[in-house]
Design a binder for this molecule. Structure first.
Ligand SMILES: C[S@@+](CC[C@H](N)C(=O)[O-])C[C@H]1O[C@@H](n2cnc3c(N)ncnc32)[C@H](O)[C@@H]1O
Length: 402
């Protein structure tokens, strides 16, 4: 997974042999030139001077050819927008693809519709400004084998270009005030924010603590997924985050964390949800896993997102169905839903026969929310003489009397 040879083309090199000659000519080591090319990184300092001299190009041409534009260059483009836009429009109309491939309705439930096909075709049937919440968990371009056999090893700029296309569609169909959540590796979401910022208002980068790869020497152990949260327009139409229970020891039920020492200030409804989520389980256990070969997310994650950013009766859209976690969560939470999956959909369809089981899983998660001490914990703390919200209030009352 690397970029196409944009750096090589900018310096006029066509082959590995050509790069060796260029290394000798410029005095910049071969491996460093290769690094600039594979990562589409602009050279700087001495390397920059040596490279532009040997290639006989300006720094600006190098930036333009590599598609790395700084604010100064963008300002120039802005001030020549009319001339430049006509050049771009001409080239776009030449490359326009007029083909229309349909996507098929694969499942209809009381509240939702699942289509099978490419999401870019699926989006053609969705009206502007019609969706309350979009959640998207695209492939991560990690050379994974999906049941759909999609190409998960695109050149970096092609993957990002594809992401921009479906993100544009997500934004188009969102209602003003609607919310967009994108689940991806930090590496990709860090770049995609730049595009999202053009259209939407940033709310949060939520770090969801789940280890997603093995430790790699010389690197930190990758331990969080990025969940981007944006809203169309200034403010969200809906925002009611769950509150979480206090961290307590599962054996002795004692406090595990100091929340500032003010027990009387703790909200009995629970602790504020932060932008770091540490309680979302990976879906590994066969009992919970609905699909053998793809990245299935925990229904707990979708429960939290749907609860936070939509109301009953709202419309939730997910363009990358996978095992249908979003659709199941939406259906159980009485939201309308619509979605699409390019690969086989039988597992999503089959999943809707397990609604009772899924409802029980969701219920077990929800029982532990929106209370500082869920009922079973409260009983155990009382038994052990540990403080509860009620005992703190009682003590306060007594102290006031005396
Ligand atoms: C990471 S998985 C989604 C998993 C899902 N969130 C879940 O919890 O089960 C991404 C899915 O997107 C599907 N996909 C990839 N490209 C697609 C496209 N162009 N249109 C629709 N679905 C696509 C893949 O087949 C895969 O099932």
């Amino acid at each position: 997974m690397s970029y196409s040879d944009q750096f090589l083309s900018a310096i006029g090199v066509k082959s590995k042999k050509g790069l060796s000659s260029f290394a000798k000519l410029s005095g910049v080591p071969f491996n460093r030139l290769k690094y600039y090319n594979d990562n589409n990184i602009l050279p700087s300092g001495k390397d920059l001077q040596l490279i532009i001299k040997a290639a006989e190009i300006s720094e600006l041409i190098l930036k333009l050819k590599m598609g790395r534009l700084d604010i100064e260059t963008l300002e120039f483009i802005q001030s020549h927008a009319v001339e430049i836009s006509s050049l771009i429009e001409d080239s776009k109309s030449l490359s326009k693809n007029s083909g229309f491939d349909s996507c098929e309705l694969a499942l209809k439930t009381r509240l939702g519709k699942l289509y099978q096909g490419d999401c870019l075709n699926f989006f053609k049937i969705i009206k502007n400004d019609s969706v309350d919440l979009v959640f998207a968990d695209p492939p991560f371009n990690l050379s994974k084998l999906y049941p759909s056999e999609i190409d998960d090893n695109l050149k970096t700029e092609n993957y990002l270009k594809w992401c921009q296309i479906w993100i544009y569609e997500c934004i188009r169909v969102l209602k003003p005030g609607g919310a967009l959540f994108i689940w991806n590796l930090p590496k990709w979401n860090a770049v995609l924010t730049n595009y999202l910022e053009s259209y939407l208002t940033f709310r949060h980068w939520i770090g969801v603590d789940i280890k997603y790869s093995l430790p790699i020497s010389g690197r930190l152990y990758p331990s969080h997924y990025s969940l981007l949260y944006y809203v169309k327009g200034e403010k969200p139409n809906t925002f009611h985050p769950d509150r979480l229970p206090m961290h307590i020891c599962p054996k002795c039920f004692g406090d595990l964390k100091d929340y500032g020492g003010y027990k009387d200030k703790m909200n009995p409804k629970g602790v504020n949800l932060t932008d770091v989520w540490t309680d979302i389980p990976p879906v590994r256990h066969a009992k919970y896993k609905r699909r053998n070969r793809a990245n299935e997310l925990s229904i707990k994650l979708l429960d939290r997102i749907i609860e936070m950013a939509s109301n009953e009766g709202d419309l939730v859209l997910d363009p990358f169905g996978g095992s249908g976690t979003t659709y199941m969560a939406a259906e159980l939470k009485k939201r309308k839903w619509i979605g699409c999956e390019i690969g086989p959909v039988d597992e999503i369809v089959g999943r809707f026969n397990l609604k009772t089981e899924e409802r029980a899983i969701l219920k077990s998660y929800r029982e532990k929310l929106n209370a500082l001490f869920p009922e079973s914990v409260k009983i155990n703390r009382e038994k052990r003489g540990l403080w509860t919200c009620e005992s703190v209030r009682e003590r306060e009352k007594t102290e006031l009397v005396f």
